[in-house]
Design a protein around this ligand. Sequence first.
Ligand SMILES: [Fe+2]
Ligand SMILES: [Fe+2]
Length: 189
Amino acid sequence: MPAAKQPEQPFLSDVKTLRERARQHLTQGAMTPAYKGDVKQAIEILQTVLATEIVCVLRYTMHSIAASGISSESVKEEFAVHAKEEHEHVLQVAERINQLGGKPNFNPEGLHTRSASQYVEGENLVDMIKENLIAERIAVDHYRELIRYFGDDDPGTKTMLQGILRTEEEHADDMHDLLVAHEGKPMLR
Ligand SMILES: [Fe+2]
Ligand SMILES: [Fe+2]
């Protein structure tokens, strides 16, 4: 019986090849030759995500300080919790940009135009809640789209975005509940 023919290109790279490749590209950090995506494009997209998250930190922080009126205390607390979680997102995204070989853009100049969500102060408590709900819904849509975009070409970025999306969905839900509690009627979903 003839010996089974060895395929020339095994599906999985053997450990030795993986190690050799890793050593050859030490300066590239997490960027290995197996990365299938368009790195430049990925970094550019993540700069937008970073700006969006920074604007979210700023908006929630401002609201957590400025919210006033009867029963605002619990809302202020909620805004402060969200500000902290948005800050965690900022760190995660900046870290990913760095891993991909980019430089996270924290420049305040042009921040608002790079961001997908807006910085709106809001006139009163209900306004603030509404602005945050709008921003969260934009973020949720944006992240769903990006998760589809990155797909299997960049599972690392995709997984990170999936984690962030889960928090943004919770944020949107929280803002929706607050709106119902303070205005008495839900916004159309
Ligand atoms: Fe966020
Ligand atoms: Fe959020």
